[in-house]
Design a protein around this ligand. Sequence first.
Ligand code: CUO
Length: 678
Amino acid sequence: PNEPMVSPKGDESVLFELTEQFLGDEYKSNGIEINNRFGDTATRTVPLKGLRRTPAFTKARRLPTDEEFSVFLPAHQEMADEVIAELLAVPENQLQDLLSTCVYARVNLNPQLFNYCYSVALMHRRDTRNVPIQNFAETFPAKFVDSKVFSKARESAAVANKGGPRIAIVIPRDYTGTDLDIEHRLAYWREDIGINLHHWHWHLVYPFSSTQREIVAKDRRGELFFYMHQQVIARYNGERLLNSLARVKKFSDFNEPIAEAYFPKLDSLTTSRGWPPRQANMRWSDLNRPVDGLVVTIADMNRWRRNIEEAISTGLVRMPDGSTQTLDIDTLGNVIESSILSPNREFYGSLHNNGHSFAGYMHDPTNRYLESFQVMADESTNMRDPFFYRWHAFVDDLFQRFKESGNVRPYSRSELENPGVQITSARIESSTGDINTLNTFWMQSDVDLSRGLDFSDRGAVYARFTHLNHRPFQYVIEANNTGNSRRTTVRIFISPKFDERNLPWILNDQRKMFIEMDRFVVPLNAGQNRIVRQSTQSSLTIPFEQTFRDLSAQGSDARNPTLASFNFCGCGWPQHMLVPKGTEPGAQYDLFIMLSNYELDSINNPEGQELSCVEASSFCGLKDRLYPDRRNMGYPFDRPSTSAANIQDFANLPNMSLTDITIRLQNITEQNPRNPKN
Ligand code: CUO
C-alpha cells in the first residue's frame, strides 16, 4: 500500500498482477484499481499463481502498515517468527507458491516487517540461498541518509526528464550537529552508511529468535556476538583517541542521566514521521508498553545483571531445573544478548536487547504519546547514536570480566608459540610509496536511492555523501621456517600506541584496543618465506561495491553475476573504514603480526565450495560452514596475560612481531572515480 508492487531492475520495471485474492480488505471493498498507477511504466507483467492457502498472519496483521518495526520489541519478534515460519513452510522448489506467498505478505503486512522476514527466509531456505537479498539502504534509504535528501529528490524527480542527466544531491558532512557537541567529532564514523549496513546485515545473518531453532543455532554465534561488538567498541575507542576524546564510558548505573544527546535528522518513509531525538541528561524509565509486548522494569534489568554477574564469577550457568553447567563464552553471548539459545531465559532475562529498548523509549516509556522508538531500538540505525557505544561498552565489560575471571586460563607459552617459525621482518608498504605509514583521506561517493523511492520511476536519484577512505597498502612479512613445510595463520592487529593521557598502555588495557586488520592462512616452505598481502584482501572487509551493491552508481551489480551471492556476502566491515582516521601530524600505532601454529588453528570445512563474492569471515563467519578458526575469537588478545606487563613483553616470541606505524590523515576530499559523470 505505501510502496509500489514494482521491482525495478536495471532498466526493467516488473509489475506483479494482483488478483483479488492478494488484496487486503480495504482495497477489495472500495474497488481501488491498484495496478493502474504503476501499470503505465511497467515493462513486464508477472502473473502470479493462485494461493493454495491464504496465510492467516494472525499476529503480524496487527502491526499497521505505517508503523516502524523492530525485532527488539517482543510483540514484533513474535510477528516476525510467524511470518518467517510461513515463508519457510512453502515446500522446497515450489518457487511460484513462494512468490505468491511473499507477494501476499508484502501486500498485507507492514513493509518493514515483511522486508525483514522475506530477507531471513530467502537466506535460510535451501532453494533461495543464492538469491540476492536487496540492500537495505536501497529498500529503506531513509534509515541511512539525511531526511532533506528526500524532498530534494522529489523535486528533482518531478522536473527531470526521464533518462536525462542527474545532479547528485549533496549530503553535508556535518548535518546532525556541530563541534560544540564534542561527541559530534565522531559523527563521520557513527553515521557512516557502510558501517550501519554492516551492523544491520550482521543481525540479519544472526537472528536471536525464530521458531526454527537451526536459523539461530549457527556455529559459535554467541561468541561472535561478543567478538564483533567487542571489535566495534575497540575501533570506536581508537577513533575517539584520534579525536582527542577519552575512551567511551560504560553505562552501568541504569538510573543515571545520560549526558549524550542525539538528534538523528532522519524521517521515516514508512511512518511519515521524524525519528525521535534524545535530549541531554534524559534517564531510563520502567517500560510499560503492552502494545509492543514491552513490560519491563529497571529492577528487572538489575536482577538479570546480578544473575549474569554471578554466573561470570562462579563460571556456572543455572539451568531451569536448578542444576548448573559450566559457562563458556558462546553460552555467555547467548545469555547476555539474549538469544533463544540462552539456557535459562527466565533467570537471565534479555539484558542487552532490553537495553536497546530502554534507550529507544526514554521519551515515551508508557506509550502516553503514541511515540515510536529512537534510533537505538533499530539495528540499521543504532550505531549512529553515541549511546550505542556506552551501552555496548557495558555489555563488553561483562564479557571482559569473564575473560579476566579465574574461570578462563591465560594462554600458556605453548598456545602462543610456533616452534621453528620466526618473523624476520614485517612492514607496511603504501601505494603512495611510504613505508609503515597508512594514508587516509575523505572521499565523496554517489549512491542511487531511486529503488527505495516510490516517485522515482524517471530514473536514478543520486545522493552524494562524504566518507573516510585510505590509500591501498600491502603487508610484507619475511619469515624463516626451520621445520618442514607447513601452514600458518597470519594474524594482523593494530592499536594506538598511547592512551588518552599520551602514556604507554599496560597490556591489559591495550589488548582491548587492538583491532583486527586481517587473518589468513598461508603455506610456509622450509627456509625463507616472503608473505605479501593486499589491504583489499582483508578477511574483515567487503569491497565498496559489495557494501553498496545496486546502490553504487557504476557498480550496477544486479547485472554483475560475480556479486550474485549477496546474502552472507553483504555482511562485512566496509573496506573504506578499515583504517582508523589517523591525524594530520600522524598518529602512532603498533602493528602486531603473529604467525600462529596451524595445528591449533585448523578447522575441517568442506573444501571447494564455490563462492561468488568476497567473504568477510572475521566478523561474519562463513555461510553454512564452521567459523574458520579454532582459536577463541580475538586470540591472542582476548585474555589477559599473567607474564607480560606490556605489548613489548608479550610480543617477544619469535613468531610475533611489533612494528611502529603512523596513520596520517590528508585532509582533502576526493571524488569517487565511480561517480557518474554529470
Ligand atoms: Cu548489534 Cu546491540 O547488538 O546492536
